[in-house]
Ligand binder design. Structure first.
Ligand code: CMC
Length: 427
């Protein structure tokens, strides 16, 4: 980097040679650099977006230093205790909690659009039985754009609403089918008597020849999982959805891009990775060895389910999910040795200088795998469950972006390759 510094001065009002500060309702202010290049000929350099607010959004607020997460202003702990997932979906999409008959109308819409075009099911048969559910979901969700032409005009508000509801309504059957196909079981249809979470559980675990009896403790735990994972401001997958949407791409393609981004082990794939790690650790005695590996910079091993780009304190979701995990294990009478390893690992890591100094705390994925496993989910479905929940956030951000008019997202770069040179003569 050249040692030439340009130090713009910032103020609340734009003055010549300075850059304005923009402020949200809560949270840190941001330097508005939109005119930096045109007026000063320099770019802002922020790989990994550690100091970049990529957009304005009114959906979700995270205060990582204090472990705060708000959906449309409501604390996640209160929503997890009092709201249903369907209410939270309505809240995230529309900005307010449903009142009077808004919730029943919304539930009717979700049910109406929950069926899949029968031909969509034939897509599954093109995949190998051992395909990872996330690989199947990327493909099938993207393929929805080949079926629902009446929700593809991104300029039309009615099309947009229909596409949004369709995606949220169909995702339970899409996700369940990625599992039932892998085990060769026929796919069940949504049941109009059941709520969103229970419906997913019956489509996932129900047998073709027997009525599925919903266990209210499991259904509520799953509803809470959905609430906790519904949105998380500009995370990698949501930013992917927004970036894809900025080019005018259709909503199904945008959400398929989000699913692809979520799959990585640093993001949604971490819940699967946590369980694999706990299995590998195997017993409480092996924890110090695992911690030593996580601290060793020459070893690529990281403590999965620990650390977060934004939270430098407890991830508020991890506390809620730990309570749910204990409740479900107790309810089912399961004595899972992995829970003991997880709790001891957390205890030891939180006293270890390495983790304390770097402010590495358990994140939402640390206990979600144990909970999902207790409920009967195979490990490779964990990230698909995350995608099911996060579809609400992706769709809400997609809708918010359509209401803006900021054009295509097109980051710049700091070129570090060869300067111009001539093609070598061949003689
Ligand atoms: N184990 C060991 N060391 C870690 C870990 C970890 N899990 N996470 C961060 N560090 C260290 C890292 O090596 C670095 O050390 P140093 O300063 O000595 O170089 C320091 O902590 C800062 O880490 P970073 O990589 O700059 O942090 P980041 O903000 O880029 O990464 C993260 C955040 C979540 C990708 C990372 O903490 C991680 O890989 N965690 C494990 C995967 C995980 O649990 N992901 C789920 C995230 S929550 C769900 C979601 O939002 O999708």
């Amino acid at each position: 980097m050249p040692s030439k510094f340009v130090t713009p001065t910032f103020s609340n009002e734009t003055t010549q040679g300075s850059l304005p500060l923009v402020e949200g309702t809560i949270g840190p202010a941001a330097v508005d650099i939109q005119t930096l290049f045109t007026n000063h000929g320099i770019l802002a350099f922020d790989p990994g977006f550690r100091s970049t607010a990529s957009c304005k959004s009114a959906i979700t607020f995270v205060d990582g230093d204090n472990g705060v997460l708000l959906y449309r202003g409501y604390p996640i702990e209160e929503l997890a205790e009092h709201a249903s997932f369907t209410e939270v979906v309505y809240l995230l999409m529309h900005g307010e909690l449903p009142v009077n008959d808004q919730l029943s109308g919304f539930k009717k819409d979700l049910l109406y659009y929950s069926l899949l075009h029968d031909q969509v099911m034939s897509f599954y048969r093109g995949f190998r039985r051992d395909a990872h559910p996330m690989a199947v979901m990327v493909g099938v969700v993207g393929a929805l754009s080949a079926f629902y032409h009446d929700s593809m005009d991104t300029q039309n508000p009615e099309d947009r609403q229909r596409a949004a509801i369709r995606l949220i309504a169909k995702m339970p059957m899409l996700a369940a089918a990625s599992y039932t196909y892998s085990i060769g079981r026929p796919q069940r249809y949504p049941n109009s008597q059941l709520d969103y979470a229970s419906n997913f559980l019956q489509m996932m675990f129900g047998l073709p020849y027997r009525e599925y009896v919903v266990d209210p403790v499991l259904a509520r735990a799953f509803d809470v999982i959905l609430i906790l994972h519904a949105d998380h401001e500009q995370n990698a997958s949501t930013s992917t959805v927004r970036l894809a949407a900025s080019s005018g791409a259709n909503p199904f393609a945008c959400v398929a891009a989000g699913i692809a981004s979520l799959w990585g082990p640093a993001h949604g794939g971490a819940n699967e990775a946590v369980l694999k790690m706990l299995h590998e650790i195997g017993s409480v005695e092996n924890i110090p060895k695992a911690l030593a590996r996580a601290k060793d910079k020459s070893d690529s091993f990281r403590l999965m389910g620990f650390g977060h780009r934004i939270y430098k304190n407890f991830d508020p979701r991890s506390r809620v999910i730990q309570v749910q995990a204990k409740k479900v294990l107790e309810h089912l009478g399961i004595d899972d040795p992995l829970l003991e390893i997880a709790m001891r690992l957390e205890e030891i890591a939180l006293q270890d200088e390495y983790f304390v100094e770097r402010k590495l705390y358990p994140n939402v994925d640390f206990y979600s795998g144990i909970l999902l496993r207790a409920m009967g989910f195979p490990t490779n479905m964990f990230t698909a469950v995350f995608a099911l929940a996060r579809t609400t956030g992706w769709v809400s951000h997609w809708l918010e972006l359509q209401g803006e008019n900021h054009g295509i997202d097109r980051p710049r770069q700091l070129y570090v390759g060869s300067p111009r040179r001539s093609y070598p003569s061949k003689s």
